[in-house]
Design a protein around this ligand. Sequence first.
Ligand code: A3P
Length: 278
Amino acid sequence: MSVQDRFNPQSTDIFVASSPKTGTTWLKALTFAILTRSRLSGSTTSSLLAKMPHDCVPFLEFQLSDQNPSNRDLAIPLLSTHVPYSCLPKSIISSSCKIIYICRDAKDAFVSLWYFLAKMQRSDNVEPLPLEEAFELFCNGIANYGPYWDHVLGYWRASLEFPEKILFLTYEEMKKDTATHVKKLAEFMGCSFTLEEEEGGGVQKIISMCSFEELSSLEVNKNAEHRTPGISSPIQNSVFFRKGEIGDWANHLTPEMGARLDDIMEKKLKGSGLKLPR
Ligand code: A3P
């Protein structure tokens, strides 16, 4: 409510938007690395080596909710949000700033979310919700940023209406062809790779720097923690890096649970023109 009432973006701002556990950390790393790459030429150090991606790209609803401008670096026009499209501040919708949305197969998003919340709950000495109970809630649309399908559909429909403002991506497609997506991201953010950069391996350098293997093995992401305003306990950075695979749901959900969630998603997305990868 605070950001809805008072947040004013810069016209050049770019938001990374997502439902939790759909690839936010990866997309933050990629967009940050792409946007700041010119600062890196000739240097081997990136902020990404010392700060976890969530500390490089602040959240609208956490870091920026108290309107404290020092919580963002005005020189880097990157922000992020998990807020559904329908609840974004009007100032964001009506300004010329851009939004890059990422989503993922609902089954993998659910399993990733369950593991994440269970880890957070254990570190707060709270007994995690059994997987089956959490699955029931997810299937009934009970989640902290609203039903998963509504989150995805909100940004999908907006991306059809305003294609120049909203880029809609999926984790699976990004995994399958990261190079094409890195170039697409750069173009969308207005900082396309030059031929010289491409020939010099600039795209590959960013893919490698932001890969699951590379990021998850950095000291800052293995052993450090960060604080999110509004969340009492510090969060271990390592919880944002679990497996980074497509289809891990099959190791945790029964085929019946998988089919049930697929069926729900198919019904909810029907007629929207969107088919999420499974
Ligand atoms: P899994 O739990 O399936 O492994 P978010 O960043 O939105 O919180 O999403 C977290 C998911 O993205 C986790 O999925 C995590 O492992 C995966 N992830 C984190 N960093 C990644 C990277 N650099 N490349 C690919 N996947 C990554």
